[in-house]
Design a binder for this molecule. Structure first.
Ligand code: ADP
Ligand code: MG
Length: 238
């Protein structure tokens, strides 16, 4: 059971309030997409959930466990970034296994997890290559593979496809949808691409200036946007 609950979340950097009281319920296995203009706090919210940043006020619960003071590695979440952040001097296999090695997982279990993730992401034939020998889409797949091997309860994606060209983006979008279907893991996904949001999300959260403007299914937001701001963001005709 890995629901995620945000209660009265606030985040200040110095005197600047970036997240201004966010309440949100994310259900087990749900695919939730955060959208909103640049600077509205999408990445910050993900970093607060992952523990890379500390909240200024509120409570974060992951799977009914209060994690405010829990270290990132112990939260059961894995984050995939736009910039891949692969180690250039390590092969695909070692990039994917690196986090498990740090966690001191025995080599045989590690190899099993990497093989399993490679099969899921069709990376089997690329395991001995280095990042520079891969295409953008393949690199992003390795970055996702690195998240998968940890068997996280929650995946956090921060604009994972925005560095890819349009065609590859469409392809990777359906791969991520397939991955969600297969793993049935809770996923929280940030994008500024409306089509990505509309096709992937069970639930879309529209953020504006560190607040939640509206939450709903793609259809609800499209048919009943709360205001012009949401309508424009979702691309609804209203
Ligand atoms: P988004 O991902 O929606 O584009 P961010 O979450 O990255 O927005 O940023 C939200 C706001 O917080 C921005 O105004 C940004 O400048 C500010 N911000 C983010 N991280 C920091 C930081 N470490 N220190 C100060 N300000 C920050
Ligand atoms: Mg961002």
């Amino acid at each position: 059971m890995t629901n995620v609950l945000l209660k009265g979340i606030e985040k200040r950097f110095g005197s600047v309030e970036v997240i201004r009281g966010v309440d949100l319920q994310i259900d087990d296995g749900e695919f939730v997409v955060f959208v909103g203009p640049s600077g509205c706090g999408k990445s910050t919210l993900l970093r607060l959930i992952s523990g890379l940043e500390h909240i200024s006020a509120g409570d974060i619960l992951i799977g009914d466990r209060l994690v405010n003071e829990v270290q990132p590695a112990q939260r059961g979440v894995a984050m995939v970034f736009q910039s891949y952040a692969l180690y250039p001097h390590l092969t695909v296999r070692d990039n994917m296994g690196f986090g498990l090695k740090v966690r001191k997982m025995p080599a045989d279990e590690r190899q099993k997890r990497v093989a399993e993730a490679a099969a899921t992401l069709k990376l089997d034939t690329l395991l001995d290559r280095y990042p520079r020998e891969l295409s953008g889409g393949q690199r992003q797949r390795v970055a996702i593979g690195r998240a998968i091997v940890g068997h996280p309860d929650v995946f956090l994606f921060d604009e994972p496809l925005s560095n890819l060209d349009a065609e590859l983006r469409v392809h990777m979008r359906s791969e991520i949808a397939a991955l969600h279907k297969r793993l049935a893991t809770t996923m929280i996904y940030v994008t500024h691409d409306q089509i990505e949001a509309m096709t992937l999300a069970d639930k879309i959260v529209v953020l504006r200036d560190g607040r939640v403007e509206q939450v709903g299914s793609p259809r609800t937001l499209y048919e009943n946007p709360a205001n012009i701001f949401v309508a424009q963001f979702i691309g609804s005709p209203k």
